[in-house]
Ligand binder design. Structure first.
Ligand code: 13P
Ligand code: SF4
Length: 368
């Protein structure tokens, strides 16, 4: 089911009563419910969540870590996932039928995941097979719908995250001659380039025009990049890098690999949210950093390191708006619905989809 169908089916509006509660009242009630539910409740939080939510999470992590904890967690009856829709779907796929995964606000989607739908993907695969026959393996970034993961699993491929993309691309190239990489062209391009694949051996699949964009010899193509991107990370530009280099020549620049090739190329380092956090933690006191990733995380890193000079690579950067949908009132609403015995916003991936999606996730988790 797409997120739009899901929204139509669910009453997603926050009840009025949560809008008049004070922060103090909400904090007290959330803590009370956490105590009451104990081990029955588990709250994972992605690093991009805001502090008002992250303060209640039982674990925080990047996409890979959150998938790993979901796969291991067999105790919690309710997993209230503070992240976005595809992460909650992944948690549902990796947990048992009895465990319920709840997304506090159903509008917390991911614009990148929505850039590849299953019909476009099936069409693309058929057309690409006309060009390449049985020489392709599909890989999908976890930032994709469960249906895409299922398609990938059914066709022998795997999921990847920004922290294991290199390993997974290497694995996939050992399986087949070429990869269809969905849906983030930038992560695919940056990873393949690091592994020594020249840019002119990469083509782009345009799902809107249904066409392969490539000049050269088809036989040379090693990576077919789906034409998708993250609307948050595309806001980091070469101009931002030039400004930092001019104004703060001593500053090191670290960005997320969802940024464009040009931005990654000109930065000093790149990696997943986990890697960014660990790099700053390990950096010497007094060092200077410009970070190119989502703003809630950058703000948290700045607050946690008063001894370092840290700025956002783009001074006008905003948080990821969909991640930001999860706030304290929605979290409280989700928790109270559990206590009242009528849990809201349950994310349930259909059995038919889940059974292949799990293959794609398992192939990644085995190698993570
Ligand atoms: P990671 O946390 O895996 O680096 O991914 C970031 C992201 O895009 C989540 O949307
Ligand atoms: Fe999706 Fe980009 Fe937001 Fe991550 S930061 S959830 S990729 S829109």
């Amino acid at each position: 089911m797409s997120i739009f169908e899901m929204l139509k089916e669910n009453d997603t509006a926050l009840p009025e009563r949560y809008k008049s509660l004070s922060e103090h009242e909400m904090v007290a009630r959330i803590l009370e419910i956490k105590k009451e539910l104990g081990a029955k409740l588990f709250i994972p939080g992605h690093h991009y969540q805001k502090d008002e939510v992250i303060q209640f999470s039982d674990t925080t992590g990047d996409s890979l870590q959150l998938a790993q904890v979901s796969a291991k967690n067999t105790d919690a009856e309710y997993i209230v996932f503070c992240g976005v829709h595809f992460m909650a779907e992944t948690a549902d796929i990796l947990t048992s039928k009895e465990q319920k995964v709840i997304l506090p606000d159903m509008r917390a989607g991911c614009s990148m995941a929505d850039m590849a739908d299953i019909h476009q993907t099936e069409r693309a695969w058929t057309k690409l097979q006309d060009y390449f026959g049985d020489t392709m393996i599909p890989l999908t970034y976890v930032n994709s719908t469960a249906s895409i993961k299922s398609f990938v699993g059914k066709n022998g491929g795997a999921t990847v995250t920004s922290s294991n993309a290199h390993r997974m691309v290497e694995w996939a190239l050992g399986e087949k001659e070429r990869i269809l990489f969905l849906p983030d062209q930038h992560l695919g391009r940056n990873t393949a380039y690091d592994l020594g694949i020249p840019l002119d051996h990469m083509a782009v699949w345009d799902p809107i025009k249904d066409e392969l964009v490539f000049e050269g010899n088809l036989e040379d193509i090693k990576i077919i990049l789906w034409k998708g991107h993250c609307s948050v990370h595309e806001n980091f530009t070469v101009k931002n890098i030039e400004n930092i280099r001019k104004q703060h020549p001593e500053m090191k620049i670290i960005v997320h690999p969802e940024c464009s090739r040009e931005v990654v190329e000109l930065s000093d380092d790149n990696g997943s949210t986990k890697k960014i956090i660990e790099t700053i933690e390990a950096a010497p006191s007094g060092s200077s950093w410009a970070i190119g990733t989502e703003m809630n995380l950058v703000k948290r890193i700045i607050n946690q390191h008063p001894d370092k000079n840290i700025v956002s690579l783009n001074p006008f950067m905003c948080p990821c708006l969909t991640m930001n949908r999860i706030d304290m009132p929605h979290l409280l609403w989700a928790l109270e619905s559990i206590v009242e015995g009528n849990p809201i916003n349950i994310i349930e991936v259909e059995e038919e989809v889940s059974k292949y999606a799990i293959d794609a996730l398992d192939r990644m988790l085995e190698r993570a």
